[in-house]
Design a protein around this ligand. Structure first.
Ligand code: 13P
Ligand code: SF4
Length: 398
């Protein structure tokens, strides 16, 4: 998996060196990505107009995708909004767009590149918009785990399933080993498919989505699940534990959804009598157990759209989306579930200055921040994605 940053390092700092924000960069680090040329200041009052002009100049050559967790200032320029799965499909359905500008995070732009034609260019306005969950499963770690499984005599019984929120090379690993990709809205049907083909599933990289789906939707018990920790010898598991488990959950989590707490659920119920608690399945199992409704980003949006006027909702998902839902549904009482959780830092990297910078460069003929997946990775990752899309009902899903 490769992307093509156009940045140059301003210093030969060690991997651990700290840079003064905005003054230096280290393209080897997720945090330090430089945008060449002038980035418009965030306070520029003309930014909205500049984005409009650049978009109009590009016309039909451009298609802008916006994930639901993006800032309002960015989402207003999206031609279509959606969760990661819907946006990947939307990208694939626009064969005439020369440029797909992806307002989301890196793994989503990679999936769009995999599903679009070779001549189409997928652009991520800020290369620092990664995903901490996707970063928790590296290819070398997963290959080591597979060797551990082989030594324990379980690799041939195991089907690897990766959440959409993973890098292209992890999707390719799954494609190479007869596995598949899933999303938060189809995890159950994907796991059912996988368990018809094998006795066990290696579920990457989000342990919470894997556990919540297995236990709450498929009738497994917590004892059927073990957690593989890539930072421990043999994943921290014995051969017996690996042989007994049905779900081998990778020790990864979302740094936003993983922070909602049981205490927050108790507090909001005490504060707002009659409140409905609605959470994403990336939340911890104990939190999900206390909630009233659990579902993907699209499910959360649909639930709020269909809610009874006057009803009360505490939502455990990304804050940009919760604020938008609260704003768009003044007839409901919508609150954020947790007081100590912030926006997704990497989603928020895509701001209006970066969007304007990317659009103006494209309009002037400079392709910046193109995300490209190498052909070998693309071939296998596409097989895993296609396997998901081929499951019954997937093409009709929102
Ligand atoms: P979905 O867009 O698939 O709901 O994923 C949630 C998420 O955390 C995206 O980063
Ligand atoms: Fe990654 Fe979580 Fe942010 Fe989504 S919300 S991009 S899974 S860190």
């Amino acid at each position: 998996m490769t992307s093509s940053p156009t940045s140059t390092p301003l210093s030969s700092g060690t991997p651990l060196s700290l840079f003064v924000l905005g003054r230096q960069s280290d393209p080897r680090s997720e945090r330090g990505v430089e945008c060449p040329g002038d980035l418009p200041p965030a306070s520029d009052p003309a930014l909205v107009e500049r984005a409009r002009r650049a978009k109009a100049a590009l016309g039909d050559r451009l298609f802008v995708l916006g994930h639901h967790y993006q800032r309002d200032e960015v989402i207003q320029f999206a031609d279509v909004t959606g969760d990661s799965f819907k946006l990947a499909r939307e990208a694939a359905a626009r064969p005439n767009a020369e440029f797909i500008v992806f307002c989301g995070v890196h793994f989503m732009a990679e999936s769009a590149d995999i599903l679009t034609a070779p001549e189409q260019k997928v652009i991520l306005p800020d290369l620092a918009a990664g995903c901490s969950m996707a970063d928790m499963a590296r290819l070398a770690q997963v290959e080591d785990a597979w060797d551990v499984f082989a030594d324990a005599g379980v690799a041939h019984l195991t089907v690897p399933v990766t959440y959409m929120n993973s890098s292209a090379d992890i999707k390719a690993f799954c494609g190479k080993h007869g596995g598949v990709v899933c999303t938060s809205s189809n995890a159950k049907s994907v796991l059912q498919w996988a368990l018809r083909r094998g006795e066990k599933v290696l579920f990457l990289p989000d342990q919470h989505l894997g556990r919540n789906t297995a236990v709450l939707q498929m009738g497994m018990s917590l004892d059927d699940c073990v957690v593989y920790d890539p930072h421990q010898y043999n994943g921290g598991l014995t051969v017996d534990e690996l042989q007994a488990a049905t779900m081998i959950l990778w020790k990864g989590h979302c740094s936003v959804h993983g922070r909602f707490t049981e205490q927050a659920v108790d507090d909001v119920r005490a504060r707002i009598p009659g409140v409905n608690v609605l959470v994403h399945p990336e939340c911890q199992h104990e939190v999900v157990l206390k909630a009233d409704f659990i579902g993907s980003t699209e499910f959360i949006i649909k639930t709020i759209r269909q809610a009874e006027p006057g009803s009360k909702w505490a939502i455990g998902t990304e804050l940009n989306l919760v604020k938008r839902l609260a704003h768009d549904h003044p007839d409901l009482e919508v609150v954020f579930l947790e007081q100590h959780v912030c926006y997704c830092a990497t989603m928020n990297r895509i701001d209006l200055p970066h969007l304007v910078w990317a659009l103006e460069n494209l309009a002037q003929g400079h392709v910046v921040n193109q995300i490209t997946v190498d052909p070998e990775t693309e071939r296998y990752a596409k097989a895993a994605l296609q396997q998901m899309l081929d499951l019954p009902g997937e093409t009709a899903r929102d």
